[in-house]
Design a protein around this ligand. Structure first.
Ligand SMILES: *Cc1c(COP(=O)(O)O)cnc(C)c1O
Length: 457
């Protein structure tokens, strides 16, 4: 007998209290935070959906693995356990540990970026773009057209536009394009997956033009699960085999271990090119540490070695993807406009569609995020004109989309927590026409979404 409920494939072993607050207390907290949810104290948040990065729950076996952590400066047993676990899934010659994904990016692009270079990606994640641009190279996004359409039901909306990639590489050869990147899943595009067929296509184009191909593989396990579910001929495969095939198509990867590897911190850069690896290790030593620990403690390496084994378990992935879709479907059924289909790690509400009376530069996404916190203590994040609207010359241009992201930490909240989130979203949506926009009252120029303060218009 098959039951339709896909349950959390774990039971609770140690608990963290959630602090209940009243709307009055939350209004006070908002006032103290200048209406910026990044400035809240986390204890004043009931359900924290700000990010899925480093916020997941570790397992019993990960905590046990941490006790095996060996803090030897060089050649620690923890390092060899980490290396074996990484290479079991991603058999690259060189693995370079870092404290986070962005450290791997900074090292790689310091080595291969620079003025006049162009780096294509399906969609650059923001730190990836920032690290490319910091070297004065340009970051170009070449996701397929369906990936830019919030309502398209294409099964692999993260796919690279192969024609556009081929055209770019025909115009600019390996002297200009040092690497082609594909982000799996496509985080900035809504956590949408990339098919194996598309990765094979990118590989073939890169071969034809003699250019290396790297994966930004933060959500590799979720991507592989989507391949198993959606790609013809893949349903009988073990996720580990799909991951190994994805890796076999690439020449290297960057990773944030705060995502699918189920860590609270960590990352790595892996690649096959000996000379480039040597150059990257030299940069690693400058800012991260010796090549057998990078920016990590031995205990972190052990937690990740175990997390990688858990990340590819089918029961876990089935629950993970289903529980995210559960939230997306419930909001859509309640008539709340969401980006379709639901991606792997987050649900995105279309705030511009929900709040058509608030103009983009009065920040409908910020208005909705504040309302969700005030109504139910839920912390989400605006991904719209607050985050992207400010131009280098100081003017403001509305972002392409005004979204509010509800990111789902791994193994952290139960279905009743999510049912509560759904209720809060419904009650805010029912009085959407009463919400007003916001204006920014003080701000810094760089990364203003972290620090700006807001007041209602
Ligand atoms: C989180 C993330 C990064 C950066 O990793 P950090 O560990 O946050 O530095 C890079 N790329 C993608 C797709 C990410 O989601």
């Amino acid at each position: 007998m098959e039951f339709k409920t896909i349950i959390e494939p774990f039971r609770i072993h140690s608990v963290e209290p959630l602090v209940m607050t009243t709307p009055e207390q939350r209004r006070e907290a908002l006032k103290a935070a200048g209406n910026n949810l990044f400035s809240l104290r986390a204890v004043d948040v009931l359900i924290d959906l700000l990010t899925d990065s480093g916020t997941g729950a570790m397992s019993r076996d990960q905590w046990a693995a941490m006790q095996q952590g060996d803090e030897s400066y060089a050649g620690s047993p923890s390092w060899f356990r980490f290396l074996e676990s990484v290479q079991d899934l991603f058999p690259f010659e060189h693995v370079i540990p870092t404290h986070q994904g962005r450290a791997a990016e900074r090292i790689l692009f310091t080595a291969i970026g620079g003025e006049g270079k162009i780096v294509p990606n399906n969609t650059h994640f923001d730190t990836t773009r920032a690290n490319v641009e910091y070297t004065r190279a340009s970051a170009v996004d070449l996701v397929i057209a369906e990936g830019r359409d919030s309502q398209s039901m294409h099964p692999f909306k993260g796919n690279m536009d192969l024609e556009a990639l081929d055209a770019l590489l025909t115009e600019h050869g390996p002297e200009v394009v040092p690497v082609v990147f594909v982000t799996i899943t496509n985080n900035s595009g809504g956590g949408q997956p990339v098919s194996l067929e598309n990765l094979r296509g990118v590989r073939a184009i890169c071969d034809r033009h003699g250019i290396p191909f790297f994966l930004d593989a933060c959500r590799f396990a979720e991507n592989a699960w989507f391949i198993k579910q959606r790609e013809p001929g893949q349903s009988d495969r073990d996720v580990r085999d799909i991951v190994r095939e994805m890796a076999s198509l690439a020449d290297g990867m960057t990773m944030s271990a705060k995502k699918d590897p189920l860590g609270n911190i960590g990352g790595w850069l892996a690649l096959n090119d000996d000379a480039l690896a040597e150059q990257c290790r030299n940069l690693l030593i400058l800012t991260e540490g010796f090549p057998t620990y990078g920016g990590l403690a031995g205990r972190d390496l052990d937690a990740l070695a175990q997390g990688l084994r858990e990340a590819v378990q089918h029961d876990y992935l089935s629950y993970r993807i289903r529980s995210t879709a559960y939230l997306g479907e419930a909001l859509a059924n309640a008539g709340i406009p969401v980006v379709q289909p639901t991606g792997g790690h987050a649900v995105y509400i279309d705030a511009a569609a929900l709040l058509p009376h608030i103009s983009p530069l009065e920040y409908p996404g910020q208005a909705l995020a504040i309302a969700l916190y005030e109504a139910g203590g839920i912390r989400s994040v605006e991904i719209g004109s607050v985050m992207f609207g400010l131009q280098p010359d100081g003017t403001e241009v509305p972002a392409a989309l005004e979204l509010v992201r509800l990111a789902i930490p791994r193994r952290t909240y139960t279905q009743s927590h999510i049912d509560y989130v759904i209720e809060v979203c419904e009650s805010v949506a029912q009085r959407a026409d009463e919400l007003s926009g916001y204006r920014i009252t003080s701000t810094k120029r760089q990364m203003r979404h972290f620090t700006a303060t807001f007041e209602p218009v």
